[in-house]
Ligand binder design. Structure first.
Ligand SMILES: Cc1ncc(COP(=O)(O)O)c(C=O)c1O
Length: 405
């Protein structure tokens, strides 16, 4: 009897027995039901900054659960832990004076940010400003807004009509972006981009690119939205990618690393200028979720930020980056890979005309988890990974490249 479980991004015909059944995780290692250990080279799915299986996180969450496990935060209700979590997120962000909305998934954060961007334009009286410009290779989740914003074409296909007024430009082409503003600047509500593009294969922005987007948005009364669902919480060597690349947007979406995945939390940081507008309007913003500000989840946010800070994991990400880039430079010098891009705790390895899936499969056999994206292999380990584990991970990659050549 097949299991009822319908997997995300899965083929419903695939038998459950073909999948790797994970039963335990600790630090940067996960174990399957056969007792086999894997180095988690992807931090689950780009998210487990503080490592797996931490008793201090379990304690923080269960302590909260002993008083108030769950309650909604629709007015007239609130809870202190949500207020403190919002302050903690704002404090480490490039918008410390901003406001913080909470959801559960990156997809919820994206859809909320898109709605806020359009709402702001509507309330400014810019009724024609509805276009959202997005980049190829961008991944922005799978709700209808995020699906419409996808820069990975196959993820947009087959769902019927998507949300209107989304325009896509080639990922690194600032001129293409500028020409949309020349033609239709009076209709652009916002530009949506990841600072470092993650799920699309790991690509840093070209020098000056994000600054160029900021200028175009400023000149055309459009909002700049940074999707930091992967970038945020130390992954790119600063708390947020916006800080790494030196550009302050109007809205930031976050998820994943905000709790290292211990509880499902996401959100939108609303910069002070936009927050000022919304506060001055003194009017309800009719969006939000049953679990926005869920107290048990908020306890995980607070503890996770505390751990990242106390253990210096943002700085540690830069150290990890030096180790990984050193190994990748050697692989490229040997001709084993075509190139690589990335920063700190997130890297994409370009295999040229080779598919990455067979290499990933061989790495799994050898006990390391990585993620194939067409001809690229992504790695994004927990920020607590040891130097020895990085060495093992990169040795396994080298071996798998050789075995599958
Ligand atoms: C940049 C980015 N935005 C949004 C999402 C969607 O997040 P979720 O899967 O939690 O809905 C992801 C997920 O990988 C992401 O990488």
């Amino acid at each position: 009897m097949p299991s009822a479980f319908f997997h995300p991004f899965g083929n419903p015909a695939q038998p459950e027995e073909e999948l790797i059944n994970l039963v335990r995780a600790e630090g940067s290692t996960v174990w399957d039901d056969q007792g086999k250990a894997y180095i988690d080279g992807l931090a689950s799915l780009w998210l487990c900054q503080i490592g797996h299986g931490r008793r201090d996180m379990v304690d923080a969450i269960t302590t909260q659960m002993e008083s108030l496990i769950t309650y909604n935060t629709f007015p007239p209700f609130t809870n202190d832990v949500a207020a403190r979590a919002a302050d903690a997120v704002a404090e480490v962000s490039p918008m410390p004076e901003g406001r913080v909305f909470f959801g559960c998934s990156g997809s919820e954060a994206i859809d909320t940010a898109l709605k806020i961007a359009r709402l702001v334009q509507q309330r400014r009286g810019n009724h024609d400003k509805q276009i959202i410009i997005k980049r190829t290779r961008g991944y922005h989740g799978t709700n209808y807004g995020g699906t419409s914003a996808q820069g990975i074409a196959p993820n947009r296909e087959g769902w019927g009509d998507l949300v209107p007024h989304f325009l896509e430009v080639p990922a690194d082409d600032l001129e293409a972006m500028a020409s949309i503003f020349v033609d239709q600047g009076d209709k652009v509500a916002a530009v949506l981009t990841e600072p470092l593009q993650g799920a699309g294969g790991v690509f840093q922005p070209p020098d000056g690119y994000l600054q160029g987007l900021r200028r175009l948005c400023d000149d055309n009364d459009a909002l700049l939205i940074h999707d930091e669902v992967i970038n945020g919480f130390g992954r790119t060597g600063e708390w947020f990618g916006s800080q790494t690349y030196g550009v302050v947007p109007d809205l930031i979406t976050f998820a994943k690393g905000v709790t290292s995945g211990y509880m499902p939390v996401s959100g939108v940081i609303i910069g002070r200028p936009v927050a000022d507008e919304l506060e001055a309007q003194n009017e309800m913003v009719r969006t939000g979720y049953t679990y926005s500000g869920h107290p048990s989840c908020m306890a995980a946010v607070l503890k996770n930020i505390e751990i990242i800070r106390e253990e210096g994991l943002v700085q540690r990400a830069n150290h990890i980056g030096e180790q990984i880039s050193g190994a990748l430079a050697a692989l490229r010098a040997d001709g084993a890979i075509e190139g690589y891009d990335g920063r700190a705790g997130v890297w994409g390895v370009e295999l040229g005309d080779r598919e990455a899936t067979p290499v990933r499969d061989r790495m799994l056999e050898l006990g390391v988890i990585a993620r194939p994206v067409y001809s690229r292999l992504a790695i994004c380990p927990p920020l607590v990974i040891t130097d020895e584990e990085i060495g093992q991970m990169m040795d396994v990659m080298a071996q798998a490249l050789e075995d599958t050549a």
